[in-house]
Design a protein around this ligand. Structure first.
Ligand code: IMP
Length: 424
């Protein structure tokens, strides 16, 4: 099988960007299949840090074709800015050559962002903590068959009809929220201008990818967010609005499910979450602050401090099963240096006193984690490149987690740099 994928096994922010960059050395295509610019994939190379939101992480490889496939929702205003800023940093991005955009991608409009924020402010204590990027309302319009697609931006007549259909429903809603109505002519003009900029890259990426599969080309799927934020399999309703797990690959690319080969599931050596929602192993107070500072746990898209906690083997084992992960990639092992002991959650205690190692669809906020304590290590491991050179306690930590989640690791990452990895 020539198609591999990288997927997050937590609530996003597992460090997938660096791993996709690393694994793309053998790839001919790197494909984003879901989410939007709510994602922030950080790459560090020779000390320079950059965050990609929509453009796939294969852009540093000159021979890779980067594909934004149909499952991704695109804010064209943001995409124009992201491309301009990457080009200003020296990246040679050529639409229609090394960057392709699916004509089927749904378009995030300024009104989607407004409605995302307005809905959040009405939710009160039930708020989700969205990134405010308009993700939910855009996927909502897609399901309601109201959305505009990137291909509409290069078809003036289609675009006019699509805008009319959308505004007939949306303008009354915007007004009910106290937001101004959208002017159809202005929107038509702005979107056509953006469409002109992207025209060379707007193609049928499903056809491109199916041909690539048929020709045995090497494809790497770039997951965004993580299994626990998947709209079907995550901690609903505190999730994003796409199938962030590997189950989104087929629908998000137009490739058949059977074409997917090795799945790399990425986990941090501990757990983090941004936004609201249950998080059984969450830490409070000094310990949380220590972990947040040590791991520089601040969101790469919104800058929000991430909530931090211990490794949750119940949640990760569930995510391994849902995603069909074959190999674990553990990131940020270096961050745990100096923490002793290292608790790992192996079961949840339920309200009736019984324990379970299954991840529940309801009442996750009511479970209590049951911990197994593992010895910590104090050495700086950022320079280690061979697994056997890690301190014994660090090796035992990785191996115990492999045992608990049922898969072995392919890569252990010990720092943000591209070379700071141990390949097992
Ligand atoms: P939305 O995707 O902006 O609608 O946000 C829904 C939930 O997903 C919120 O809790 C966000 O913080 C979270 N979320 C969305 N994208 C990411 C991501 O890339 N990393 C981590 N959390 C994310």
């Amino acid at each position: 099988m020539t198609t591999a994928c990288v997927t997050g096994l937590l609530w996003g922010d597992e460090g997938k960007g660096k791993i996709i960059d690393l694994l793309s050395e053998d790839a001919e295509f790197v494909v984003r299949y879901g989410g939007g610019h709510n994602a922030g994939h950080t790459l560090v190379h020779e000390g320079e840090r950059m965050v990609l939101h929509l453009v796939p992480c294969g852009i540093r490889r000159p021979l890779v074709t980067n594909v934004i496939a149909n499952g991704v929702v695109i804010d064209p205003f943001h995409l124009a800015e992201e491309l301009a800023s990457l080009r200003a940093s020296g990246f040679d991005l050529r639409l229609g050559e090394n960057l392709m955009i699916s004509e089927r991608c749904h378009v995030i409009l300024p009104s989607h962002r407004q409605l995302d924020c307005a809905a959040e402010s009405m939710r009160g204590t039930g708020k989700i903590g969205t990134t405010g990027r308009g993700i939910g309302p855009t996927y909502g319009d897609r399901a309601s068959r109201l959305g505009l697609r990137m291909g509409d931006l290069i078809r003036p007549d289609n675009l006019r009809l699509g805008i009319a259909r959308l505004l007939a429903e949306k303008n009354p809603v915007l007004e009910a929220f106290g937001l101004g109505p959208i002017n159809a002519d202005e929107l038509h003009h702005d979107l056509l201008m953006l469409g002109e900029q992207f025209a060379a890259g707007i193609v049928d990426t499903g056809l491109l990818l199916r041909r690539a599969v048929r020709d045995g080309r090497k494809i790497l799927m770039e997951g965004a967010q993580g299994v626990l934020l998947d709209v079907d399999h995550g901690t609903y309703p505190f999730v994003t609005s796409s199938n962030a797990s590997t189950c989104g690959i087929a629908s998000g690319t137009g490739m058949a499910p059977a074409t997917i080969g090795t799945t790399h599931g990425v986990v941090k050596a501990y757990a983090t979450r941004v936004g609201e929602g249950p998080f059984p192993t969450e830490l409070e107070g000094d310990m949380a602050n220590r972990l947040r500072e040590a791991g520089n746990e601040f969101g790469s898209t919104t800058g929000r401090p991430r909530r931090c906690g211990w490794f949750d083997a119940v949640a990760v084992r569930y995510a391994v099963d849902v995603a069909g992960a074959d190999k674990m990639v553990m990131t940020n092992l270096d961050v745990l240096s100096g923490f002793d002991p290292l608790p790992v959650c192996t079961a949840y205690r339920l309200a009736d006193g019984s324990t379970t190692d299954c991840f529940p669809a309801f009442d996750l906020d009511k479970v209590e984690p049951v911990y197994q304590e593992l010895p910590g290590f104090s050495e700086d491991v950022t320079g280690v490149r061979r697994f056997e050179d890690l301190p014994a306690a660090a090796r035992d930590y990785v191996e115990e987690i492999e045992r608990l989640i049922g898969i072995s690791s392919a890569v252990v990452s010990v720092g943000p740099g591209r070379d700071q990895v141990i390949r097992k």
